[in-house]
Ligand binder design. Structure first.
Ligand code: URA
Ligand code: CA
Length: 436
């Protein structure tokens, strides 16, 4: 097999076999295929695309480039959940304990935040004592004793994706749906769960701005999952405004426990019930997603989800008291309310800008190795359609300094557009994509 011939075949619109795609991924991971040839191949894919068989073969080759987690010794059907990245999206911290309280095994590997969206691992590290780096044995022990565990992605998982993503980042080949689908699904397949629920975000705060694209990505990922033998469902949900009301690591943990106590923002709660219903059904603990949703709602209303959160946090070395006393979480020294200078109804919110404000306050990172300040971020008070008066508090900024708080306040104000009449509110869930 010559790499040159494979690049040319894709360039001319041909179809590559599974063996050919495996060869490319293997050689690239091993370092024997140079960046310039992989870059040319990725650009050929960008223009010519990949069909379903090719996308699955590429994904499997990437998944097998490193360690494949074997969760088969864990009880029941293990279910994973993945979000394509939202603002004020703390669903994992709410959802994982809720479905675990329904008897579903959750053994999850999560990422750190990058750019305007937060990462579950960073959020968890704001809980005093919480350990996100566990040995394989510790990970299994926590799942067995607490019914669930969430850890950081280890370096051995999907080395091909790591290398290919870095190359895509500098060759203008990130925004290519089959490559995105393969990148996300390779990590999910390597993570080892038997069933996967995907939360595909759509709207101005997401990287996919329109429904047609979100649907295409959702369908591609569901097809890969099913072809690879994993039960897979994708929920396309709205990100034309922040999902919850808190943006920032400790602030999102606080929002998660408030939500588990039944007092969380309505849209965040609702999405957790929808995703949870799908997870419980895929795990075979409910006959369909509707019954699954009812079970998750019961775990929420009874407080069993919050108790599960406490057991889980304690099992990973964290202080479980943060569940009842969130004041124990790290707190920023400066709090600055942002007040509206006009009146009207919220007709648009730039969720991405709000995510960037939190990042600039120190809650997120621009580069992979930047440190994060777990204390900072913002709490927003308004949703699309909210009525606002002059002087009303629209957000509360949590900052490390007065100067940073003042700069953030100006950006927060600019993120909201007011109009004389309430605009139509988008649906929370656009559609659910299942296997054909
Ligand atoms: N997230 C990923 O993990 N990979 C992509 O290619 C895009 C988003
Ligand atoms: Ca997330």
């Amino acid at each position: 097999m010559r790499v040159y011939d494979l690049i040319r075949k894709k360039r001319d619109g041909g179809e590559l076999s599974a063996a050919e795609l495996e060869f490319l991924v293997k050689e690239y991971t091993a370092g024997t295929l140079p960046d310039y040839q992989m870059a040319a191949f990725l650009m050929a894919v960008f223009f010519r695309g990949l069909n379903a068989a090719e996308t699955t073969a590429l994904t499997l080759a990437m998944a097998h480039s490193g360690e494949m987690a074997d969760l088969s010794s864990l009880p029941g059907i293990t279910v994973d959940k993945h979000s394509t990245g939202g603002v004020a999206d703390t669903t994992t911290l709410v959802l994982a304990p809720l479905v675990a309280a329904c008897g579903v095994t959750v053994a999850k590997m999560s990422g750190r935040g990058l750019g305007h969206t937060g990462g579950t691992v960073d959020k968890l590290e704001s809980i005093p004592g919480f350990r996100t780096a566990l040995s394989r044995q510790e990970f299994f022990d926590v799942v067995k004793t607490a019914g669930m565990a969430v850890v950081g992605q280890s370096g051995e998982l999907c080395p091909a994706d790591k290398k290919m993503y870095a190359l895509r980042d500098v060759t203008a080949t990130v925004d290519c749906l089959p490559l995105i689908a393969a990148s996300i699904m390779s990590k999910k397949l390597a993570g080892g769960s038997q069933a996967i629920v995907l939360d595909v975000k759509c709207g101005r705060g997401a990287f996919l701005k329109d429904l047609a694209q979100a649907r295409e990505l959702a369908r591609a990922m569901v097809a890969i999952g099913e072809r690879a033998g994993r039960k897979t469902v994708a929920v396309i949900s709205d990100m034309s405004q922040p999902l919850g009301m808190a943006i920032g690591n400790a602030l999102e943990v606080r929002e998660a426990v408030t939500t588990l106590a039944g007092k969380g923002p309505q849209r965040l709660t609702d999405l957790c019930l929808t995703l949870g219903g799908e997870m419980v059904a895929l795990a075979g603990r409910a006959s369909d997603p509707g019954q699954g949703r009812a079970l998750v709602a019961e775990a929420l209303a009874s407080g069993r989800g919050l108790e599960q959160f406490e057991r889980w946090v304690a099992a990973q070395g964290g202080d479980p008291a943060v569940a009842r006393e969130p004041e124990r979480l790290p707190q920023a020294p400066v709090r600055l309310p942002v007040r509206s200078q006009a009146e009207g109804y919220v007709i648009a919110v730039e969720a991405e800008r709000l995510g960037l404000v939190a990042m600039e306050l120190g809650a997120g990172r621009q580069r992979k190795d930047d440190p994060v300040d777990l204390r900072v971020g913002l709490e927003v008070r308004l949703e699309l359609g909210s009525r606002v008066e002059v002087g009303q508090e629209i957000a509360l900024i949590h900052a490390a300094s007065e100067q940073q708080a003042r700069e953030a306040a100006a950006s927060v104000l600019a993120a909201y557009s007011l109009g004389p009449k309430p605009a139509e509110r988008p649906p929370l869930v656009y559609e659910v994509v299942r296997a054909a």
